[in-house]
Ligand binder design. Sequence first.
Ligand SMILES: [Fe+2]
Ligand SMILES: [Fe+2]
Length: 276
Amino acid sequence: MIRELNVKVLCDDLAPFRTLALAQHGVSYHINIRYDDFEKNILFDTGSSYQVIKYNSQLMNIDLNRIDAVVISHGHYDHGGGLRDLLNDINVPVFAHPTIFRENFYLPYLYIGIPRDHIQDLKKKNNFVFTRDPMEIVPGVWTSGEVPRENRFEIVENMFTLEEGKVVRDQMLDDTSLYIDLGESIFLVSGCSHAGIVNIKNHGERILGKRVSHIIGGLHLINAKEDRINFTMENLAGIELYLGHCTGERVVNRFIEKFGDSVKRIYSSFEIRVIP
Ligand SMILES: [Fe+2]
Ligand SMILES: [Fe+2]
């Protein structure tokens, strides 16, 4: 039974007024979970580079040596870019989908995968636990596994990969989120929500049999069409939202206008405490 949850933003694209923490395009969240007589620490994503999360963790009094597990949400550089150097400092299991090292690019060609030289080094490590299925990594904390795509709005746009040497549209099946069981409800942690945040939410609610009450992450609505934005807003009504990274400022502001104080724009050094 989880007694307390503390989420600290180690990397986001934003570091506003009076914040000494560094910002960089990317995501990294430190998640501390307290139970009756022990605690666990998870690092969800590693930003674009280790320097930022190392610096910010010192500033925020977070001891990276006490991390029990790392989760990589998907194989983009802004989520897995800090992993290689992190693993030179700490030796912990890393949970991820088995395809995070595939080719990843936009067209016109722009490589957005984990840096290739990092991949060479990472493939030699034995830290990885690869799974396509939901998995309970510490008590009450589940990875999503592959998220079923169930609506016509949440489409992956302009992302490509290679299959047998051919360029194909990338469905981002590696996109992995976390579901933290608060007892009555779920705290959902997402990286970029490439699987679609409504799909991700519905999948978690089915797995754990309870509703999502909080979401932190990037919603990847930065270039979304109007119908997708409206669909997302309708489906996230009533949830506490902590939005950052690739959500898009225009979209964050629309959420704030519609839902008021239940929506926050997060930034490097932002902290959330939940006592279920
Ligand atoms: Fe991202
Ligand atoms: Fe991404």
